[in-house]
Write a protein that binds this ligand. Structure first.
Ligand code: TXA
Ligand code: MG
Length: 332
């Protein structure tokens, strides 16, 4: 976005003083990036339209894209939206945690229309990271927070990633540790019956289906989803490093960097400009936690392309493959 004002971005600690300062800034309509267990979020008071507008400006994000609203308790969620039996069951099973639930907003819901992009529904999440929880309690209001990256870039899993993209564009960053999960929350819409998985993420489909006792619906065909995404933010080209991305690579070609998984050897490995193995022991949770940092690191290697070895599709592999597919998609 063109006219974003230049700001001094404060670095705040995760101690009580830092978090209380962060809470005051948010209550004052300022933009504060903070750690969650999935990725770092760029927070603003979700009841303050002007503050929310600042998120779109700092991210350079298209304004039709609604934001996830973060709250500290189930009661706070129930004040904002109507939970049916499925939504309540999922909230009780998985909150706090890497699950976002889409439910109808209540008529008296004080969230800004801009945060919801004018929809009648709202995407809600209670994050599990203790710093996020303490911050939300300090704010005492719902906090809108997309991932704290420039729009279309790889999501941040460390405060340094946030500063790479947003230093000078936001008011503060809470300087926490690396995000434990490493990919964004799974988004489930309870507007449909059965509930529908709008975005694979840090909570595995299998765990959700076990609690529901039913199979989650999927947004129709992927081709249709590319042109009319159900989660409006699920544009196909997203999570894009600057380098080209080549998926399901069985060899490394001249000039490529390598993103590997597991212990199987890959042809031409010695040629790699740089190489990172997401999890030599083949653990999908470890791989998810390492994914976005690895894409950023390999992108700075100067390689023209990143060759990505196959990653299994089950568990968190569904979210990893989704993000990789988006990183590889043609850019517009
Ligand atoms: O892990 C996460 O979810 C992170 C951390 C910071 O909590 N947040 C995050 O937010 O990934 P964001 O804004 O990058 O992704 C929001 C997604 C978008 O795809 C958006 O379209 C979808 O949620 N969404 C928001 N409200 C929705 C609604 N009412 N119906 C359907 N999709 C919705
Ligand atoms: Mg994002």
């Amino acid at each position: 976005m063109n006219m974003s004002e230049v700001k001094i971005t404060q670095r705040l600690s995760t101690g009580p003083a830092g978090l209380s300062e962060a809470g005051e800034l948010l209550r004052d309509g300022k933009l504060v990036a903070f750690p969650t267990e999935t990725v770092y979020g760029l927070g603003a008071d979700a009841t303050n339209g002007l503050a929310v507008a600042g998120i779109y400006a700092a991210k350079g994000r298209p304004s039709f894209n609604p934001l996830i609203i973060h709250i500290a308790s189930l009661q706070a969620a129930l004040d904002l939206a109507d939970f049916n039996a499925d939504a309540l069951m999922l909230a009780k099973a998985f909150w706090p945690g890497p699950l976002t639930i889409v439910v109808p907003r209540r008529a008296d819901c004080p969230l800004s229309d801009l945060a919801l992009a004018g929809l009648d529904s709202v995407a809600l999440r209670i994050p599990a990271a203790p710093e996020a929880m303490a911050l939300l309690e300090a704010v005492g209001r719902p906090v809108a927070a997309p991932s704290a990256n420039r729009s279309g870039r790889v999501s941040p899993t460390t405060p340094e990633h946030v500063l790479e993209d947003l230093d000078g564009l936001i008011d503060a960053v809470v300087m926490g540790a690396s995000a434990r999960v490493g990919v964004e929350s799974t988004i489930v819409s309870c507007l449909a019956d059965p509930p529908m998985m709008l975005r694979p993420g840090g909570l595995a489909r299998e765990a959700i289906e076990q609690v529901l006792g039913r199979v989650l619906a999927d947004p129709s065909s992927s081709a249709e989803n590319e042109t009319a995404p159900l989660a409006p933010g699920m544009l196909l080209s997203h999570y894009a490093p600057r380098a080209a991305v080549r998926l399901n690579a069985t060899d490394i070609r001249q000039g490529e960097a390598a993103l590997l998984f597991g212990s199987a050897p890959i042809a031409g490995a010695a040629r790699a400009v740089a190489a990172i193995n997401l999890s030599p022991r083949g653990d999908l949770s470890e791989a998810a936690a390492a994914l976005f940092g690895a894409l950023r690191t390999l992108d700075t290697s100067g390689a023209a392309a990143i060759a990505v070895a196959p990653v299994p599709a089950h568990g968190l592999g569904e979210a990893i493959n989704d993000r990789l597919r988006r990183a590889a998609a043609p850019r517009t």
